[in-house]
Design a protein around this ligand. Structure first.
Ligand code: FAD
Length: 372
């Protein structure tokens, strides 16, 4: 289908929404992004973008062959938690390397590319609902303003409000995992920068450098049962963070001493959506398949979704056919990765003497899944 001149509305200006805007605009569509935030900024934190995500960013011409804002990963080092003893190193896959991005830098690259290509932005625009009509979709903002488009894409994240229109109301489930995130200034340059995964009973810590290794990104995950609400980016107490990971030695201990201003949130999860589209409205990214961060694949999957969506329009004869093809292509792959990330939640936190051996075996399987 030739979508040149067709109108698309994207709900959400996150990584998935911006990538979808670009892929559709590249094919000549008239694209408007509705983002509830008044500006596209992000709290400081990192993202690992593996070869699958990088391939989409390159195809969208958001990054060059040698990306400037990203830091090339030289692999992942696995360490035991007590003294930080090295267990093994997983070298970068031959399929292509992973890059570490500051989330704000990646969003900025996507946003600038979208603006340059002529994508229109409505910032501070909270979408209240999206309705399907026989030959179009209607996007309604909380101000009452309405916009008619040929197709709407809901990329409004893991707490998507639009998803309920397609799947019905769902209650998110607390996964009993709580994530702490922080960055700290860093001045130790490593010739071969790596991510370090330090696993302990009931908790793990991932650290990797960002930019030109002047920042260290920290994600610390712990199992907890005491959480009531779906929190998002709450301020955490650095003393509590240290206390909760007090059993960790080595570099993790050193790094946690430096954390001043952590964010903390409970990981709530909805399942992969049963219905991704209704012929005029489609879900994309976390809105369709929220995932635990234990394979570092959520943003990469959103990028894959965006690329597949564009290609489906190219290959199919109409909007409903394209959306059906998009869902059919993506569902199995996304479901598989979400399940593997869920399994890692257990693998990373095993207790007892078999812990490290089992973790190694399961991680190898998991990392292969992430690359396929
Ligand atoms: P989001 O990034 O959530 O964007 C949704 C956007 O929609 C937001 O800008 C929001 O403001 C907007 N919005 C919401 N509702 C509305 C509305 N009603 N109207 C208008 N706008 C709205 N993934 C990786 O690939 N690699 C990693 O290393 C990685 N690390 C992670 C670490 C942690 C601790 C966590 C929690 C996640 C991690 N992820 C990682 C996952 C990744 O962050 C997400 O999968 C990804 O951000 C999803 O992108 P998205 O565009 O679908 O949604």
């Amino acid at each position: 289908m030739n979508i040149s001149g067709s109108k698309f509305g994207i709900v959400g200006g996150g990584i998935g929404g911006l990538a979808a805007a670009l892929t559709l605009r590249q094919r000549g569509a008239v694209v408007t992004v509705f983002e509830q935030a008044p500006e596209l900024t992000e709290v400081g934190a990192g993202l690992q973008i593996s070869a699958n995500g990088m391939a989409v960013l390159r195809a969208l011409k958001v990054v060059a062959d040698t990306p400037e804002a990203g830091l090339l990963s030289h692999g992942t080092v696995l360490r035991d938690y007590r003294a930080g003893r090295l267990v093994c190193k997983i070298v970068p896959p031959s399929a292509g390397p992973t890059y570490y991005y500051h989330r704000a830098d990646l969003l900025d690259l996507l946003y600038k590319a979208a603006v340059q290509k002529g994508v229109e932005f409505h910032l501070g625009a909270r979408v209240e609902r999206v309705r399907k009509h026989p030959s179009e979709a209607e996007i309604t903002l909380d101000t009452g303003a309405r916009f008619r488009v040929d197709c709407a894409v809901a990329a409004d994240g893991g707490q998507s409000a639009i998803r309920a229109d397609l799947t019905g109301r769902e209650t998110p489930k607390f996964t009993h995992q709580v994530a702490w995130r922080a960055t700290i200034p860093w001045d130790r340059r490593n010739k071969n920068p790596c991510a370090v995964l330090t696993m302990g009973p009931g908790r793990h810590v991932v650290t990797y450098p960002l930019r030109d290794q002047t920042l260290m990104n920290i994600v610390a995950i712990e199992e907890r049962s005491d959480w009531q609400e779906e929190g998002w980016r709450l301020r955490g107490d650095p003393e509590e963070l240290k206390a909760r990971f007090a059993g960790f030695g080595g570099l993790v201990k050193e790094i946690l001493q430096e954390v001043k201003d952590p964010n903390i949130w409970a990981l709530f999860l909805r399942p992969v959506a049963e219905c991704w589209q209704n012929g005029r409205v489609a879900l994309l990214g976390d809105a369709a398949h929220p995932t635990l961060p234990f394979m570092a694949q959520g943003a990469c999957l959103a990028l894959e979704d965006a690329w597949t969506l564009g290609r489906s329009f190219e290959e199919q004869s109409g909007v409903s056919q394209a959306l059906a093809a998009y869902e059919a292509t993506r569902r199995q792959r996304a479901t598989r990765v979400v399940a593997a990330a869920g399994a890692n939640a257990r693998n990373f936190h095993l207790r007892g003497p078999m812990r490290v051996g089992a973790q190694l075996a399961l991680m190898a399987v998991g990392s292969r899944l992430g690359r396929k």
